[in-house]
Design a protein around this ligand. Structure first.
Ligand SMILES: Cc1ncc(COP(=O)(O)O)c(C=O)c1O
Length: 346
C-alpha cells in the first residue's frame, strides 16, 4: 500500500474511537435532545473560551454560517486570495451571502493591519460596506503556516476598531497551538467567531464546530437549518469528536516532527527542495526543470500518494494514520523517483 500523504482528512476512526462512538447516547438534535452533541458543544465553548458552540457537519458550512451572520448582501469580506473560505468553498460567500471579496495576496497567507487598512473603503454610497475580516490559522494553501501570535492579536484589535467582524477558520487551530506553544483560547479572545474541525489532525470521521457569543450561536443554529445542516442522532459522530479532543490532541506534535523528517530526506535530493515545515505539511519544490510535480507524483505513485499543488510543488500532509517509518518511506520514494526522472540510472 502506498503511504497516503494526500491530506489529514484521510484518517479513519481507530477501533477505540469506533467503540466510543458506538456507545454514545443519542437523541434528536434538531429538538436539542442529543446529550452527546450538547456535551461536545459545551466542551468546545470552554476550550475556546466562548459563550457557546454549535456542532456542524463540515468546516465549509461552519465558515459560511459565520460569514452569513456577520455580513449582509452587498457587504464586503476581506481575506487572503487563497484562503479556504474564498478559494475552496465554491464561491459560497458570494452565492450564499452576497458578499463582495476584497483580497490580500501575501506570500505566506498571513498579513498585518496595513494590508487590511489598504482595502478599507470610505463609507459612502459608492462602495460595499467594510464588514468582515476572515483569517485562517494554520494557513493551508501555503503549507500549514502558523500566524505570529502578536501580529494576529494586533490585527484582530485593529479590525474590530474599524468596525469589522473577525472570523477565524481554525480548521487546524490545534496544529497552530502545538507549533506556537499556545492553548486554543490564546487565539480566540479577539474573535467574533471561530470555526474548528475534528476531521483533520484530530482524526475524527466527521464534524466541525462554530463558536461565539450565545446570541451568535442561536442565530447560527437558525442559519445551519437554512443551509440544511441540521442533524438528527448526531451524537454518534459528536462522540468521535469528543474522543478525538481527549485522545488525539496531545500527539499532534508527532505529525509536525514527521513533516520535518520528510523535508530532511527530500533535501538530500539534488532535484528537489523542501523548506522546514511549520506544522504538518511539507511542500516539496521540484527544482529540476526536466520534469514537473505531476510527473514526480505519478512516478512515485506505487509507493507514496500526495497532491501536486501546481507544476513545481507537491504537498505532503502528515497525520495520525502515518507513522514515522511511513513518512521516511514516502520521502525516500520521492527522492528515488526524482533520480529516475532525471535519468540517474536504476
Ligand atoms: C483551512 C480549511 N478550512 C476549512 C476546510 C473545510 O473543511 P471541510 O472539508 O470539513 O468542509 C478545510 C478542508 O480541508 C481547510 O483546509
Amino acid at each position: 500500500m502506498p503511504v497516503n500523504l494526500r491530506s489529514d482528512t484521510f484518517t479513519k476512526p481507530s477501533p477505540s474511537m469506533r467503540l466510543f462512538m458506538a456507545r454514545a447516547e443519542v437523541g434528536d438534535d434538531v429538538f436539542g435532545e442529543d446529550p452527546t452533541v450538547r456535551e461536545l458543544e459545551q466542551k468546545v465553548a470552554q476550550l475556546l473560551k466562548k459563550e457557546a458552540a454549535l456542532f456542524v457537519p463540515s468546516g465549509h458550512m461552519s465558515n459560511q454560517i459565520a460569514l452569513n451572520i456577520h455580513g449582509r448582501p452587498g457587504d464586503s469580506i476581506i481575506a487572503h486570495r487563497e484562503s479556504h473560505v474564498l478559494y475552496y468553498e465554491t464561491g459560497s460567500p458570494a452565492v450564499l451571502s452576497g458578499l463582495d471579496a476584497r483580497v490580500i495576496d501575501s506570500e505566506d497567507g498571513t498579513f498585518g493591519a496595513e494590508e487590511v487598512r489598504a482595502l478599507l473603503k470610505p463609507v459612502n454610497i459608492h462602495f460595499t460596506r467594510n464588514r468582515i475580516l476572515s483569517l485562517e490559522n494554520t494557513f493551508n494553501n501555503r503549507g500549514g503556516v502558523v500566524w505570529d501570535h502578536r501580529r494576529f492579536w494586533e490585527l484582530c484589535i485593529f479590525a474590530r476598531e474599524q468596525g469589522l467582524k473577525v472570523h477565524l477558520d481554525g480548521a487546524r487551530l490545534w496544529n497552530a497551538c502545538h507549533a506556537a506553544r499556545k492553548i486554543p483560547s490564546d487565539w480566540t479572545q479577539q474573535l467574533d467567531s471561530v470555526s474548528v474541525c475534528f476531521s483533520k489532525g484530530l482524526g475524527a470521521p466527521v464534524g466541525s464546530a462554530l463558536a461565539g457569543t450565545a446570541e451568535f450561536i442561536e442565530e447560527a443554529r437558525h442559519v445551519r437549518k437554512r443551509f440544511g445542516g441540521q442533524m438528527r442522532q448526531a451524537g454518534i459522530i459528536a462522540a468521535g469528536a469528543i474522543f478525538a479532543l481527549d485522545n488525539n490532541y496531545e500527539r499532534i506534535g508527532e505529525d509536525h516532527a514527521n513533516a520535518r523528517l520528510i523535508a530532511e530526506i527530500v533535501n538530500t535530493s539534488p532535484h528537489l527542495s523542501c523548506p522546514q515545515p511549520p506544522t504538518n505539511m511539507a511542500l516539496i519544490t521540484v527544482d529540476n526543470p526536466g520534469f514537473d510535480a505531476h510527473q514526480l507524483v505519478a512516478a512515485a505513485a506505487d509507493e507514496v500518494q500526495a497532491f501536486a499543488l501546481h507544476e513545481r510543488r507537491i504537498r505532503c500532509v502528515t497525520h495520525l494514520d502515518v507513522t514515522e517509518d511511513d513518512c521516511r518511506r514516502g520521502a525516500e520514494a520521492f527522492v528515488r523517483a526524482a533520480a529516475r526522472l532525471a535519468g540517474e540510472g536504476n
